[in-house]
Structure formats: C-alpha cells, structure tokens
Design a protein around this ligand. Sequence first.
Ligand code: UDP
Ligand code: MG
Length: 322
Amino acid sequence: MMLDRSLLSVVVPIYNEEATLPELERRLPSAVEGLGFDDCEFLLISDGSADASEDLIRQMAARDPRYRGIFLTRNFGHQAAVSTGLTYARGSVVAIIDGDLQDPPEAIATLIDALEHGADVAYGIRSKRKEHLFKRAAYFTFYRMLRALSAIDIPLDTGDFCVMRRRVVEAMLTLPERNRFVRGLRAWVGYQQVGVPYERAARFAGAPKYTLRKLLGLAYDGLFSFTNLPVRLIQMAGFLLSGVAILIAISYVVWFYLAPEQFPPGFASLMVSIWFFAGVQLLCLGIVGEYVVRTCSEVRARPIALVREVVGQPTAGPTPVG
Ligand code: UDP
Ligand code: MG
C-alpha cells in the first residue's frame, strides 16, 4: 500500500524536560526533513510539567508553527500523555518518540522506510541500552515475563518509539480502556508490524522521570491488561491441592488396611481435611476470579475483532421479512 505522505505527526510526551527541549527543537525538524512529507506537526504533550518546559514549548510554537503544545492539567503519567497525543494527531503517519532524546529523532527515517515497504507499524527494538544494570535487568525480565504470559504477541524490548499509519492510530483509538499500556494496545490491533533495531541513547539531560513506582505501575498495566494467567494459576493450584487431598486420603486408607495397629488416631482426617479445604478454597477463588476476568474484558470493551479488508461485493441476500 502506498504511503500517504500528506502529514507527519510526531507525538512527544514531556514531563519536566526543560534541559532537553532546546536540543529537541534543534534535532527534530532536521530529522524529519527529507522524509518527503508535505507537512509536519510536532505535538508536545506536557504531562503537568512544573519547570520551564511549558514556557519553552510556547516559545517554540511561536517560532515554528509546526510545534503545538498540549498541556495536561496535572501529571497523568507517560502513557496517558502519549494516548492524549494520539487523539490530537491528525497525521497520515504518526510517530511517538520520548522527549529525552533516548529515541534518536534521526531513527524516524529508518522506521518510515519500513512503512514504505508495506508495514503498518514500525516500532523500535532497543538493541543496546545505555542505562544502568539494574534497570536493564528489570526491563529484560519484565518483557520476557509479559511475553510468556500474554495471549497476544507483545514484542520484546520495545517501548513506545514507533511510526504508524493513520488506520492503526484510528484502531488504537477504538479501544476505550483507561489503563493504557500503549505498546500493548499497539500490538493488540494487529496489522502488519515490524520491529526495527536501533541503539537507544542515554538520556540527553536531566534525571529520568520514571520513578520506581511509576515503572511498577507501567508493569502492572502491561500484565493485568494483557494476561489472565494469574487467575488460571489459582485455578490450577486449586485442582492440584484437591488432587493431593484425594491421594492423601487413599494412602491413609491403604495404611489403615495394611498396618491398622500403627495407624495414628485422628491424624488422617485432620490431614485430609486441611488439604481438601485448601484445595476447595483455591478452586472457589479461581471460579470467582474467572468471573472477574470476564467482567474485566467486558468493561474494557475492546472490539471483538478488527477487519483489515473485505474482498468482493456483498450479495443481495434475502429481503427481510415484514
Ligand atoms: N514522562 C511523562 N510523564 C511521566 C513520566 C515521564 O510524560 O510521568 C515522559 C518523559 O518526559 C519522557 C518520557 O516520558 O519524555 C520517558 O520518560 P523517562 O525518560 O523518564 O523514562 P525512561 O526512558 O527512563 O524509561
Ligand atoms: Mg528516558
């Protein structure tokens, strides 16, 4: 499919990034030059910045009409900022990039290349991370865990850095859920997605804005919005424990017949009850959990399926009765 190059939107979440904004202003326009778009818009979403970021964004917008500032009323979090940016983006192609220049704007060109070759989404895969060991290890484990647990194919080692065709953005906007794990939603909508390796730079300036608490929150959104496995594990544990209770009961019966004189009084019924009720309770929790899982999926109200293409003409069909 031909790539519509009428407008490129670049969505950039900004939370107290006064130290990097001047450099962003220097690098972003030159990075999108020569990509062949008729027009560009740079949407800087200030996620309740308390430093000079919003003033700087105002100045940038005054200097260059391609910049737009969208200022949130408080700090809603990175994923909320990106999601809000997507609702403002009008581009035929939409890019998402971090405001701290860890995703090099120059790499947008490589991602657009992948769209040119037919992909609908091109996302960056971090081939090298310039972050300290603990953070790298935590990310490494998290993405592998999420991938193992999740029903959909969430790619490894990717963040939000990506470019998407308009129709993919529209599809993501049809998902009304509030806990938005953008990289998961992006994977959920399907279409042709390709990962493009890039070297993730060190933060240009300033301290990371993700605190440990925010990172955990992100991990929770990823896990609980895209996996039901914990509930299934409870159910399995319930079955397992009930099974063990039955085995224990059988072994006591055998013991009683083989060596009744050594059989401890009262002990058997106690053991069997403990295991059996533990199992029954877990099973019941699992059943309640199953209802919760189903309620969650109804509440998320994701579309049942998305249609990419319909081939052929509709047949006339029978005239409705009445
Ligand atoms: N960010 C945001 N709201 C937040 C935290 C971060 O908009 O509450 C932005 C931040 O300004 C940056 C991007 O999200 O542009 C990624 O944040 P950060 O660099 O702290 O995350 P890391 O790269 O360490 O994962
Ligand atoms: Mg960063």
